[in-house]
Design a protein around this ligand. Structure first.
Ligand code: FES
Length: 220
């Protein structure tokens, strides 16, 4: 029996959502990751067989997106944005503090398997820079001290709320939500605040509008 037989029912459920089965490749990879902690070669073959694709086609997707991990990242994935805005506002210092606290570098996991540290790209959250993510939940406006406190709380087994509301679970649980975004948790918390909407408010006050797609294509 396949080592993925226990996932069959959920794979069928995910695939049934799409008019073309190959569109299910990304949520299926998240499902695998939630079960295995990583996207393994055997997992890639299982998804390919399920969707009637080649292993090379599934590998092309799995290797393109950095959210798919080829090695087990452990219990908690900790991402620190070190792109320009976060970096100049303190992201580099947050990263260095966490690297020192955890004793690991970029893309490394602590020996006890509890934390994996990664420098991540812009999370489209620059309004709250510098940001870090824990299991892809946002921790906004971090300092080296606040970031270390989050890690220490999780290490002590304490419940930690992300700055936008949802409680941090673990990497595999978040991967399950990414496979099944209708589990009721995707919209949990406070995904939008006044700072994020400030530009929109100014645009509305000034009566600004975006050109229509029709206009763009005619001009183009
Ligand atoms: S640069 Fe860090 S969220 Fe944009």
């Amino acid at each position: 029996m396949s080592q993925f037989a226990h996932l069959n029912e959920r794979m069928v459920e995910i695939t049934a959502r799409y008019p073309k089965s190959r569109s299910a490749v990304m949520p299926l990879l998240h499902l695998l990751q939630s079960d295995q902690g990583a996207v393994t070669i055997d997992g890639i073959r299982a998804v390919a067989d399920h969707l009637g694709l080649t292993a090379a086609e599934v590998t092309a997707v799995a290797s393109f997106y950095t959210m798919y991990k080829r090695r087990d990242v452990g219990r908690h994935h900790v991402g620190v944005c070190t792109n320009t805005l976060c970096a100049v506002l303190g992201g580099d210092a947050v990263y260095e503090a966490l690297a020192q606290r955890l004793g690991v570098g970029h893309n490394e996991t602590t020996a006890d398997g509890e934390f994996h540290l990664e420098r991540i790209e812009c999370q489209a959250a620059c309004t709250h820079a510098p940001v870090m993510t824990v299991d892809w939940e946002f921790m906004d406006n971090q300092t080296p001290q606040s970031a270390i406190e989050v890690i220490d709380q999780l290490a002590r087994g304490e419940s930690v709320e992300s700055t936008r509301g949802p409680v941090i679970r673990d990497f595999n649980a978040t991967e399950d939500t990414l496979a099944f975004p209708d589990d009721g948790l995707a919209g949990a918390g406070r995904p939008v605040d006044d700072i994020m909407l400030a530009g929109l408010k100014v645009a509305q006050e000034l009566g600004m509008t975006a050109p229509s797609g029709h206009h763009i294509s005619r001009e183009g």
